[in-house]
Design a binder for this molecule. Structure first.
Ligand SMILES: [Zn+2]
Length: 221
């Protein structure tokens, strides 16, 4: 066993390439970011390694304030005051982000766990099980459906319902409620299909997903 030496060397070689080949062409951008940040958007997504927020939104350093965790969950205010709630408070009250996006994704392991939180397989993962309780109301929307009967359509429903639930939790945070009341903040839910490279926008009213092109046309773009 190489204890990760090969992959660590690959990361360090990547840093070297960044320093030697990428940084010089972007030095001005990095220098402009030396003393402050003014991101437009708080982007909340899963810790899953297959999601690259900057790649799928084609954004540069300084544009997205990113919070990642297992299952892209946002505990309701007061439930679990910790990393997620403090990042939200800071992003909204101090950085004054204009948008908060919650992005769920296909083949999410956390959604598989949420499908059946009583699964004995989770007995060895007490922290994950407890964390996933923040998504339990999304599981409840599927009714009595047994985990073993859940196909891709049901898993996608669960993933989308979870994003919608987390948007609702977001509104319980005082900084978010205040910014929404002042009309200075927009919330949006996304679903990212990894193999297709497609992002869908979730409509909170209809609970349906819409292609980006359709939503974008409403911006007059
Ligand atoms: Zn995930």
């Amino acid at each position: 066993m190489d204890c990760g030496r090969d992959t660590l060397a690959k990361l360090l070689a990547g840093v070297q390439t960044f320093q030697q080949d990428v940084y010089p062409g972007n030095a001005e951008l990095f220098e402009s970011l030396a003393h402050s940040q003014a991101p437009s958007t708080l982007f909340i997504t899963c810790a899953d390694s297959r999601i690259s927020p900057s790649l799928i939104t084609q954004t540069q350093p300084g544009e997205l304030f990113i919070v990642r965790n297992v299952g892209n969950l946002v505990p309701a205010y007061g439930e679990m005051l910790g990393g997620v709630s403090s990042a939200i408070e800071y992003a909204v009250a101090v950085l004054k982000v204009k948008n908060i996006i919650i992005c769920g994704h296909s083949n999410c392991g956390a959604m598989g766990a949420l499908m059946n939180l009583n699964d004995p397989k989770l007995d060895g993962l007490p922290t994950v099980r407890s964390w996933m309780r923040n998504g339990e109301a999304a599981r409840a929307t599927l009714g009595e459906l047994k985990a073993e009967d859940a196909g891709p359509a049901q898993i996608r429903d669960l993933t989308e319902n979870n994003v919608l639930l987390q948007l609702a939790h977001l509104r319980t945070h005082p900084a978010v409620a205040r910014a929404l009341a002042q009309d200075s903040l927009t919330l949006q839910g996304w679903y990212y299909d990894i193999p297709k490279g497609q992002v869908s926008v979730l409509d909170e009213q209809s609970r349906k997903s819409r292609p980006v092109s359709e939503v974008l046309s409403e911006f007059g773009a």
